[in-house]
Design a protein around this ligand. Structure first.
Ligand code: FES
Length: 143
């Protein structure tokens, strides 16, 4: 048996041995990239809650927090914005980026505008935007 014959037979044997495992999804080397199949996460509904903006992350421009599944941010211009926190790709919480006034998912890099519109994939569904209303130091976040 020459080298070509040997590798030909071993290669065929390995492929034959792995085929059933690939079909069963057991061999990690056979897994496909499922990033093109987005998981649509559920944005909170029936939202209506208050936040004290006199202390904590929302006390200063550029700060943000996640409450009840919603990212609430205070922009560099001092306005408040709120969108669903869970990335529409695979559910990782997005972060607010004050310097660009948008939201970035740390998992695969999806980016959303300040109103939750997808500006970069792999996500292809927008975040849900919520209303905000400030009375004194009390910020109302609602659907
Ligand atoms: S979870 Fe994949 S981009 Fe957000």
């Amino acid at each position: 048996m020459n080298r070509k014959d040997f590798f030909s037979r071993v290669g065929f044997g390995a492929a034959a041995a792995l085929l059933p495992a690939c079909i069963a999804g057991l061999a990690s080397g056979c897994s496909s990239d499922n990033s093109s199949s987005p998981i649509i996460t559920q944005a909170p509904t029936g939202v209506d809650f208050l936040l004290d903006v006199s202390t904590g992350s929302l006390a200063a421009n550029g700060g943000y927090l996640v409450s009840q599944g919603i990212v609430v941010a205070r922009t560099n211009s001092g306005t408040f914005i709120a969108v669903s926190a869970s990335c529409t790709h695979e559910g990782t919480n997005v972060n607010y980026v004050a310097s660009t006034n948008d939201f970035l998912c740390p998992n695969h890099g999806a980016q959303f505008s300040s109103t939750g519109v997808v500006t970069r994939g792999p996500a292809n569904t927008n975040l849900k935007q919520y209303n905000t209303s400030l009375t004194g130091n009390s910020l109302r976040v609602y659907s």
